[in-house]
Ligand binder design. Structure first.
Ligand code: PXL
Length: 270
């Protein structure tokens, strides 16, 4: 069978656990061929792990999009850290120009160790340019509150309200992840397709080593979409994948520990 292809338009996490590195490792685990359009490069101060974000020039982002979309073609695409309003607009133009399908928008707004990576104007640009083109948008609680322009989300009911508002902004499907914050002992994900709310839950894993979990989760959904699964089935499979990856997270140094993208192989082999 021909191998399916996916593109990630995202930042580079030099430490390897998040960003395009997480996306490519995840695509590989699903036997999906991964390609990249790099938008930013994130580096860390070794003694403090403060993050520094170096933007990639717009014409270089465009050259990468052209390479992949005109020169090769894709089955699915995800976005991660986009870095600027100009990049967000550019991505939306390329989605239209190449009539791209199976688009996952991971609305990355902050990463640990940085102040707000995504400025308010970038949130506005995501609402205007990306949500209407998204088959799925995958915010955590903070990102969902920003996209819905609500206050902090502190209950499961408020998750549903936010999902409905974000759906109205044009995303065909909305997946909000509470990352274990709202229900004792459970990591609750809510999927809303405009008709029905569906909850996916897993036991919370007590660990510090969750760096890159959001990227890994949205990348696994993208890989499943590239392989032809429905959004709902992609989300369900991705939940099992990310839960295993988090359960097997590990430290890189005193500051950071990523999820383990290959963890699902152990259970496959045992
Ligand atoms: O986890 C959010 C994230 C996304 N993308 C890049 C990052 C981070 C956090 O460090 O570096 C490139």
């Amino acid at each position: 069978m021909t191998i399916r292809k996916a593109l990630t338009v995202a930042g580079s996490d030099t430490s390897g656990g998040a960003g395009i590195q997480a996306d490519l490792k995840t695509f590989q685990e699903f036997d999906v061929y991964g390609m990249t359009a790099l938008t930013t490069i994130v580096c860390m101060e070794p003694k403090t792990w403060d993050h520094q974000v170096f933007p990639v020039a717009l014409d270089i982002v465009e050259a990468q999009l052209k390479t992949v979309l005109e020169g090769i073609g894709i089955d699915a695409m995800k976005t991660g850290m986009l870095g600027s309003v100009e990049i967000i607009e550019l991505v939306s133009q390329y989605i239209d120009r190449y009539d791209l399908k199976r688009i996952v928008i991971d609305p990355v707004m902050v990463c640990k160790g940085t102040d707000e990576v995504l400025q308010p104007e970038n949130t506005e640009a995501m609402l205007e340019f990306l949500l209407p083109r998204a088959d799925l948008v995958t915010p955590n609680l903070f990102e969902a509150s920003q996209l819905a322009k609500s206050g902090p989300i502190t209950t499961l009911d408020q998750m549903q309200e936010a999902a409905a508002i974000i759906h109205e902004r044009g995303a065909k499907n909305v997946l909000i992840k509470d990352r274990g914050k709202l229900s004792e002992g459970k990591a609750m994900d809510l999927l809303y397709d405009g008709n029905k709310f569906e909850w996916f839950e897993a036991d919370t894993v007590v660990t510090k080593y969750t760096h890159g979990a959001g990227c890994t989760s949205s990348a696994s959904i993208t890989a499943n979409l590239a392989k032809g699964l429905t959004v709902r089935d992609s989300v369900q499979q991705a939940k099992a994948f990310i839960t295993q990856a988090i359960s097997n997270g590990f430290p890189l140094n005193e500051f950071v520990g990523p999820t383990r993208h290959s963890a699902h192989r152990q259970s496959a082999n045992s």
